[in-house]
Design a protein around this ligand. Structure first.
Ligand code: NG1
Ligand code: ZN
Length: 527
């Protein structure tokens, strides 16, 4: 490593003065023009992490559902997981180092982590469709190269596709081929096999309108479509040819405003879904004959998936423990349904997929979803091996195991993935002969409201109990408790966002008016 060269090169990617940067829930995220130095340094850090793990590391340039003017970056660890927490700290330190100190901080991290310099480094890079992403990706490449690392830039990818690529490259191809063709092939083959078993396959093929948030998901879904179109037709809306990324559309807009995206006309009972800007989230919805909008969010997706898996396991006849992981944002009705009707254990973790993913790994089969539609299912090695064995049997049990084998392949187990989740959902609905209306009717969501509050310093709020209780500032939790007591079936909590400079307030209650009013009152208590 040529320290002088790194110092010189760092000066070309100068840190804007007077700002502090933090590797948050989803990496670094802010206005794109402030990110150049971070991109270069994340290239350096990814190369370092690659040497330390002796594996390929991923770098994704995206700000997901945030406005087009923003951008962001996160690192992907060897098995396609989020970066390890100690390395998030290194990332924060490196991002905040003065330009002249970058090389010194790198050496310090290397010493702390016992990185062997002669080791090779290999980094794969993906980016979303933001206008700023191409140049920022170039800075990542320069960072990797400045450290003597090699890279492969996939160009435009959805975030979950990059996670998939990293996992494939580090598992000797056992997870799939590390190409877009490999990704499409794996998912489409599993989907077609699964839907062959659907009894109502004589019906005309199902069609779904997909709002792609004007993001990268549109490009990738269009590329993949011919592979599943004999069974499922997709009509792409907000495909990026006209509108602005995430503007009045996409999963985050639909979930937080609880209304359809701009540009999507819904006929009564028509099946629709929305991806977010980097296609790692999905929500479904429809309008009923009275024109009322019905949102089917991550919670209901988790219910559909876990009930299907539970039924399939009964047919397979194996005892595997299955659990569902949610966050405090999960609708109270979903938690009650899972625990009381489905008798599935539910766990609550802090917000941020890394926490959910980690918890879900503790089960033989762990299903995790954030209410906003980010989630997937994880299957332990033992489950995968056993199911593969059973799938060879020619009896009923073997048939169910074969089905489960395809379900396992259809999930992107490295990250929540809108394309993969959509295919899983469509396969389950086809196999169970369910309409979205029947799916929606499994339980009724409690009316809820989420609001953002701008405060001088959001970090004065700290929380415990998976973010459901505020510890500081003193008196805040007592004030929330007093407000919650005024409403029926109510619950509320506050937490500082990890991706925006706001405090988020969540409230639910027996009516929309009560939920709105409780959210409003709690927001006032936050000031
Ligand atoms: P923050 O800003 O920390 O609330 C948001 C989402 C998370 C997660 C991250 C990453 C909510 C309430 N929060 O985090 O679930 O998806 O963005 O994109 O939806
Ligand atoms: Zn996203």
């Amino acid at each position: 490593m040529d320290l002088d060269a790194i110092t010189k090169h760092s000066a070309l990617h100068a840190k804007p003065p007077g700002l502090t940067f933090h590797y948050g829930t989803a990496g670094f995220r802010m206005k794109a023009e402030l990110l150049d130095h971070i991109m270069f340094r994340m290239g350096l850090l990814a190369a370092l992490r690659s040497k330390q793990t002796n594996a390929t590391i991923g770098v994704m340039v995206t700000a997901s559902h945030n406005p087009e003017e923003d951008n962001g970056v996160k690192l992907v660890d060897p098995l396609g997981e989020m970066l390890a927490p100690t390395w998030e700290e290194h990332a924060t330190r490196l991002a905040n180092a003065e330009d002249g100190d970058v090389a010194r901080v790198l050496v310090d991290i290397m010493e702390k982590e016992a990185v062997e310099l002669p080791q090779d480094a290999f980094v794969v890079i993906g980016r979303d469709t933001r206008p700023s992403s191409e140049n920022l990706g170039q800075s990542v490449r320069e960072g990797v190269a400045a450290f003597g690392g090699q890279f492969h830039d996939y160009g435009l990818l959805t975030t979950p596709q990059l996670h998939y690529m990293v996992c494939c490259r580090n598992t000797g191809g056992r997870y799939g081929k590390a190409t877009l063709d490999g990704y499409y092939h794996k998912l489409a083959a599993a989907f077609l096999e699964l839907t062959k078993q659907a009894s109502c396959s004589g019906d005309e093929n199902v069609s779904v309108k997909v709002d792609c948030a004007n993001g990268v998901g549109a490009l990738k879904l269009k590329e993949m479509e011919p592979r599943f179109s004999p069974v499922l037709s997709v009509q792409l809306i907000n495909d990026g040819t006209k509108g602005k990324l995430n503007h009045l559309c996409g999963a985050d807009f639909v979930k937080s405003h609880q209304k359809p995206p701009q540009g999507l006309e819904m006929k009564p009972n028509e099946r629709c879904c929305s991806f977010d800007g980097d296609a790692d989230r999905i929500v479904y919805y429809y309008c009923d004959v009275d024109g009322a909008f019905h949102l089917i969010d991550g919670d209901k997706i988790a219910v559909l998936i876990s009930s299907f898996l539970k039924e399939l396991l009964l047919e397979v006849g194996e005892i595997f423990n299955i659990g569902v992981v949610q966050t405090a944002y999960a609708n109270g009705s979903s938690t009650r349904y899972l625990e009381e009707v489905m008798k599935v254990p539910v766990h609550c973790t802090k917000t941020g997929v890394k926490h959910l993913h980690h918890k879900a790994q503790e089960f033989d089969i762990g299903v995790y979803f954030e209410a906003n539609g980010h989630g997937t299912a994880l299957f332990s090695k033992a489950v995968e091996v056993k199911i593969k064995q059973l799938a060879k049997l020619e009896d009923k049990k073997g048939k169910a195991a074969k089905m489960l084998e395809n379900v396992i392949d259809l999930f992107n187990q490295t990250a929540g993935d809108a394309i993969s989740d959509m295919l899983v959902i469509e396969a389950i609905l086809a196999l169970k002969g369910l309409t979205v209306q029947q799916w929606d009717a499994l339980y009724s969501d409690l009316p809820n409201r989420q609001v953002k509050v701008k405060v001088a310093d959001r970090r004065v709020i700290s929380t415990t109990d998976a973010e459901r209780q505020a510890v500081t500032p003193p008196g805040l939790q007592a004030a929330i408790n007093n407000l919650v007591r005024k409403y029926r079936l109510s619950r509320a909590f506050v937490r500082p966002s990890g991706t925006e400079d706001v405090v988020r307030v969540y409230a639910e209650a027996d009516s929309q008016e009560s939920a709105d009013s409780l959210a409003h009152e709690v927001s006032l208590a936050v000031f």
